[in-house]
Design a protein around this ligand. Sequence first.
Ligand code: DHB
Ligand code: FE
Length: 311
Amino acid sequence: MARIVAGVATSHIPAVGAALDNGRTTESYWQPVFAGYEFSKKWIADLAPDVIIEVYNDHATAFSLDIIPTFAIGCAPEFPIADEGWGPRRVPPVVGHPELAWHIAQSTILDEFDMTIVNNMAVDHGLTVPLSLMYGQPKAWPAPVIPLAVNVVQYPPPTGNRCYNLGKAIRKAVESYPEDLRVVVFGTGGMSHQLQGPRAGLINAEFDNAFLDELIADPAHLAQRPHIEYVREAGSEAIELVMWLIMRGALDDRAKEVYRYYHVPASNTAVGHLILENPGLPQQRIAETRIEYGMPQLDEQPEDVADEVVV
Ligand code: DHB
Ligand code: FE
C-alpha cells in the first residue's frame, strides 16, 4: 500500500529560483534564504520519497482567464518547464506518475471533489522553485512529481476547509493504491505578501508564525479561517496559504514538526518553510540528522505508533 510519510510546506518566490539559477546563492541578501534549506536538502535526500504530490498554484501561465480550474491534477508522464517571460528556467523537466495521478483523480472525484484532469501542462515557478529549494540543482529531479494546481489567483479560491478536506481525500486515495510507495506531499506558496496596489510589500511576521503554529497543532480550526482574514492581515497573495492546508489534511493529526524556518526579506514575500513527518518513520534517522545540524531533539513518538514503521 502507498503511504504519505511526510509533508513539506514552502514559499515559492520566483526571485529565489533566479538567484539559484544565476549562481547568486552566496550573496549576502540570498545566503540566509538558501541556508534555511540546508537541513531540508539533507532530510529529503535521506528520505528519498518515491513520489511527490506537489500542491501549487499556476500564475496565469498554463491557465489563463479562459479556463480557471479550482483543482487540477496533472496526469501526464512529463510536464515541461514554462516560459514566464525570460525563457524557461534551466531546470530538469518534471516527470509525473500517471498511474498514481489517475488513481487520485478517480478516488477524489468519486469522493465528490471536482478535480480537473490535465494531460498537457507547463509548470511555472510555483512548482519548480520548491523543487529547487529542496533538491538544489540535480540533472534530473530525484522523484516523480504529481502536480496538483489550485486556483488562488482569480477570486473565488477554494476555502481553507475545502482544501483541508481535499488533503484528507488525497490521503485516502494514496492509501488505497496497492503499490508500496512512500509519498511526500508539498504545500507551496505564501507566506504573507502583496504584490500590487498601495499595500505592495506588506509582510506580517506575527500572522505567519501564528499560521505555522496552528497548521501544526490545530489545522481543523485554522481551516475555518475566512479568506478575508488572509487578505486583510497578510496581503492579497497570502491567500496562497490555503494550499498548505491540503498538505496538512493529507497528513496524520499526530504529524510532528521536524523543521521550521522563517525569513524576511526575500523579494516581496516572507519565506516560510515547514517539514512535518507522519508517525512511524524511524526516529533514529531524524535524530542523527538533527544532531548533525546542531538542532534540538524532538520529543519521543507516542507508544501506540511505534510499530507503524513504513521505511
Ligand atoms: C513573488 C512571490 C510569489 O508567490 C509570486 O508568485 C510572485 C512573486 C515575490 O515575492 O516577488
Ligand atoms: Fe505565488
